[in-house]
Design a protein around this ligand. Structure first.
Ligand SMILES: [Zn+2]
Length: 181
């Protein structure tokens, strides 16, 4: 009974969306606008994998350079989940350069790369280990786990010995609110 209600509702909703052929094709900027939204699939996959491996972290940590997608201040690690196109993943088919408006895009992408480098360096200066997880890596669950395990269980990270950080994360890990340690 309940199931039938739910499925009727979703059919109704779908009925309001114009069929694909009646909608104008998306411009590249509209496409990229969608890609850029928060909580992207690659981000969610990375968080789930890190959780499954038993790690604690906060997300979109606004008071760290570059606002890392995942970070643990006690253990001094930060992870950025980068879209291959936006952050120019080298030799990656997802990072193909647009054929139109090339000047605009190459400037924009170059600026992103510069910013990424500055943020990573600023974090290292604060004593953080930094990992970039690429969008394409998150498509293979086993590979993603491997990458995260190598980084998060690596000898260079201090052990998780700060309980305060853990409790703090439990209560506010889903908001991006800044707090000072
Ligand atoms: Zn890639």
């Amino acid at each position: 009974m309940r199931e039938r209600v739910v499925s009727t509702g979703s059919r109704k909703k779908l009925g309001r969306i114009a069929p694909r052929r009646l909608r104008a094709p998306l411009t590249r900027s509209e496409m990229m606008g969608r890609v850029r939204s928060k909580d992207t699939k690659p981000e969610v996959r990375t968080r789930s994998a890190a959780h499954a491996l038993g790690h604690r972290f906060r997300i979109h940590v606004a008071d760290l350079p570059g606002k890392p997608d995942l970070a643990n201040k006690a253990r001094r690690w930060a992870i950025f989940v980068h879209g291959c196109f936006w952050h120019s993943h080298e030799n990656c088919r997802l990072a193909s350069k647009p054929r139109s408006n090339t000047g605009y895009w190459s400037d924009k992408l170059a600026r992103n790369q510069e910013r990424d480098a500055i943020h990573a360096q600023a974090l290292r200066d604060l004593g953080y280990q930094v990992l970039v997880v690429w969008e394409c890596e998150t498509r293979d669950e086993a590979k993603l786990r491997e990458v995260l395990t190598a980084f998060l269980s690596g000898p260079s990270l201090p052990s998780e010995n700060c309980r305060r950080e853990g409790r703090r994360q439990d209560s506010d890990k889903l908001d991006g609110q800044a707090y000072k340690q």
